[in-house]
Write a protein that binds this ligand. Structure first.
Ligand code: SF4
Length: 396
């Protein structure tokens, strides 16, 4: 990895009004009394960012191309707490003029005071966790908003001058059918938002709904969850409808109108540096040394607020040459453009392509990847089985 002069900042705010049944993120419902201490922790972490990065052997760049506040629901913070985070970021780093500044907002949490803070602090992009435009589906997973709330929030964001709006949807929620999914897609398209993300429901034991599905039970409307074949169909339908409406797919889960891709998220797939602070936040820091120009350090903060506030150190992983090559493949393959094989040869040497030749040939034969004009990319089918493809690029 080369060493670009710019970095990016991610802040995790793990607080939510309710815990959605499908959610497998490190987030939860906490007393408001804990918010202040948490914000103070993030402020301290940002102030000490340079020494923290250097102590971990990484290269530090104070110049930020993008800032992303996610979680969790950053918009549940009190307005002054949210503002303190931005003031602290501005004190600790240099925010590039025109930097993309995104805040995740749950519909229904955008009070006039929070909206004022967003505008005052230069937030120019909001990612709305809508998940569904069908109220029965939202209710079934424990969300507190309705379709009307979402429409109102979007109208107020636009009136305040924030037009870079992304809407998240989830395919595979309880009670979803092709017909109801079509209404959610209609909602996104009719709103004319420039960006949308579509995720397929993840069934694992990190969410209540996932655990219930694994156990074969009926709590959390688990028996109304579409089967895998229908969920795949819903995802395919989203790709078809959104692409046709001008929201072009640019990553497995992301769609944007021309010029409206998320710069911050693109960094992750391009292996560009970023610093993350807060619960379960990750960092990627260039750390080249003599003979290892692609060396990097990855750091991950604890997944619980208790552990974070007890000053547990971030888990540190050194990314060597071999791992850097693997990451380049499985992160780059997430994007619709894929990877330019010549660029990989130039960056890592011919062996970085040759070593995968047989596996790539096999994946091409299975219809999961294609090589077109020198680019290796997932096919539409490959995007459905992306984890199987990525596994082929990992060492045993
Ligand atoms: S889906 Fe979003 S709002 Fe719901 S619990 Fe998870 S982080 Fe919070």
């Amino acid at each position: 990895m080369t060493t670009p002069a710019h970095s990016a900042l991610y802040l995790s705010v793990p607080f939510c009004r309710t815990k959605c049944s499908f959610c497998n993120f490190a987030s939860g419902v906490f007393s408001r009394q804990q918010f202040d201490g948490y914000v103070a922790h993030l402020e301290l972490a940002m102030a000490g960012a340079e020494s923290w990065v250097r102590a971990n052997g990484g290269e530090f760049s104070p110049l930020l191309d993008s800032i992303y506040l996610g979680g969790g629901t950053p918009s549940v913070l009190a307005p002054d707490q949210l503002e303190r985070l931005f003031q602290s970021a501005a004190r600790s780093f240099k925010v590039k003029p025109g930097a993309e500044i995104t805040v995740e907002v749950a519909p229904g949490t955008l009070s006039p005071e929070i909206l004022d803070v967003l505008v005052r602090c230069g937030v120019n992009r909001v990612s709305l966790g809508v998940q569904s435009f069908v109220d029965e589906e939202s209710r079934a997973v424990g969300r507190l908003h309705t379709r009307a709330t979402t429409l109102d929030d979007i109208a107020r964001l636009r009136a305040a001058g924030i037009t870079e709006i992304s809407v998240d949807l989830i395919a595979g929620l309880p009670h979803q059918s092709l017909e109801s999914w079509s209404r959610s897609l209609d909602g996104v398209i009719a709103l004319g938002v420039p960006h949308a993300s579509v995720y397929m429901l993840e069934v694992d034991d990190d969410s209540r709904l996932g655990r219930e599905l694994i156990a074969g039970g009926t709590r959390y409307h688990a028996h109304h969850v579409p089967d895998e074949a229908l969920t795949v169909e819903l995802y395919r339908e989203a790709c078809r409808r959104l692409n046709a409406a001008g929201l072009e797919q640019y990553e497995i889960s992301n769609f944007a109108r021309a010029g409206h891709r998320s710069h911050h998220n693109l960094r992750y797939w391009q292996r560009l540096p970023y610093m993350g602070f807060g619960v379960d936040a990750h960092s990627m820091l260039p750390a080249p040394i003599q003979g290892e120009p692609h060396r990097a350090i990855r750091l991950a903060w604890p997944e619980t607020i208790e552990s974070l506030l007890a000053n547990t150190a971030a888990e540190r992983t050194v990314v060597g040459e071999r791992q850097a090559i693997e990451e380049t493949y499985f992160l780059g393959l997430r994007t619709v453009e894929g990877l330019e094989l010549v660029a990989i040869k130039e960056e890592f040497g011919i062996a970085a392509v040759d070593v995968y030749k047989e596996r790539i040939t096999e994946l091409v034969a299975r219809g999961l990847v294609e090589i077109d004009d020198g680019f290796l990319r997932l096919t539409a089918e490959g995007r459905l089985f992306s984890n199987d493809v990525f596994a082929e690029f990992l060492s045993e």
